[in-house]
Design a protein around this ligand. Structure first.
Ligand SMILES: C[N+](C)(C)CCCC[C@H](N)C(=O)O
Length: 337
């Protein structure tokens, strides 16, 4: 069968991205390597077509982790941007009293819609950058492991590009999470945003299209170096506990993924605070002139402790979420190889 009949160009493009297996790079045109890569890609595409559930595996654990983790995220965002709470317990109690359990799940719809895209961009760009830097396939990678610098560069590239996609979704999430009105009752004033779509439309109207990208620079800074570190920690822990040339066990992947998530969130928390505050600016809060202005004025007004708000929640939430994320990533790479 000719390889062109296996998969349409559009499918090819989508699969290339999601499955992180580039069929070729321009500089390899006509080479042995390219023919090998194309053959591997086609058998891979064929197995995706036969078993479409495989494509969904990556999305499921991400979405489950997201629903379970969202209440923690809401508490964190409120602690970072509002001054009405004395701490985690106070925030949980007040939210539950005023808004019931549903209050913790505000702003969850956009993350659910976007998580598959955002994770595919992160892991897809990471894998493809590593492929471009090392010219070794995933199968060969255990025998010829990439250097930590290469892993770091690939992680930063993935982090930067995923942040570009994430910015508007994250902004809407933060705005909705910060609405403390209880569920609409007859006669009570409605919250400012009635839902995610209304939120996008209002921001567009009131703050212009750029309003949707408020805090985007802070988000990119938050995600670029910490995601480089995320993949370096993961690789390092896997290599420490796996004999040379072998694949890490599931337990190793879970623990290494969990620690990678926790470490990167610990590093990222100060910028996470700044990011959330800048996203909320433009509403009732004060405007900041930029990332630096936000850092300086937050520290002046509330002391250095402000940069560690949400640290405990972020690090605790990150362990299970990222353990599962890495397990599904490794599983996908192996089952598709
Ligand atoms: C870089 N920084 C730590 C901010 C993000 C790490 C992202 C990992 C995962 N999506 C999660 O939600 O935990």
């Amino acid at each position: 069968m000719s390889r062109h009949s296996l998969v349409t160009p559009k499918q090819r493009c989508t699969l290339t991205f999601i499955c992180s297996k580039s069929p070729c790079f321009p500089w390899e045109r006509g080479s042995e390597k390219r023919r090998w890569r194309e053959a591997a890609f086609d058998s891979h595409a064929e197995s995706c077509r036969k078993q479409p559930w495989r494509r969904r595996v990556l999305k499921q654990p991400g979405a489950v982790g997201l629903v379970l983790g969202h209440p923690f995220d809401t508490v964190k965002v409120r602690l970072q941007t509002q001054t009405a709470y004395r701490g985690i317990v106070d925030c949980v109690v007040k939210t539950y009293r005023h808004e019931s359990l549903l209050g913790f799940f505000k702003g969850m719809s956009f993350p659910i819609v976007s998580i598959a895209v955002v994770n595919s961009v992160l892991f897809g760009v990471y894998s493809n950058t590593l492929l471009a830097l090392t010219a070794t396939s995933h199968q060969e990678r255990r025998a010829q492991p990439p250097s930590y610098t290469q892993v770091f560069i690939a992680g930063c590239t993935g982090g930067f590009l995923q942040a570009c996609c994430l910015a508007p979704f994250d902004l809407v999430k933060v705005r909705l999470q910060n609405q403390t009105e209880p569920r609409a009752q007859l006669g009570s004033p409605p919250p400012r945003y009635r839902g995610p779509v209304h939120c996008v439309a209002s921001i567009f109207r009131e703050e212009g299209p750029r309003g949707l990208f408020r805090g985007a620079w802070a988000l990119m800074l938050r995600d670029t170096p910490p995601l480089g570190l995320y993949f370096v920690t993961y690789e390092w822990l896997c290599r420490q506990s796996t004999p040379d040339g072998q694949n890490p066990s599931s337990a190793t992947v879970l623990v290494a993924g969990g620690f990678a998530g926790t470490t990167s969130w610990m590093i990222a928390t100060p910028l996470d605070v700044i990011k959330s505050r800048m996203q909320m600016a433009g509403l009732k809060q004060r405007e900041y002139r930029g990332v630096l202005d936000c850092i300086v004025s937050s520290a002046r007004q509330e002391g250095l402790g402000v940069f560690f708000r949400g640290l405990t929640i972020n690090s605790a939430r990150a362990f299970p979420v990222n353990a599962v994320t890495f397990l599904s990533y490794e599983y996908l790479l192996h089952s598709w190889a």
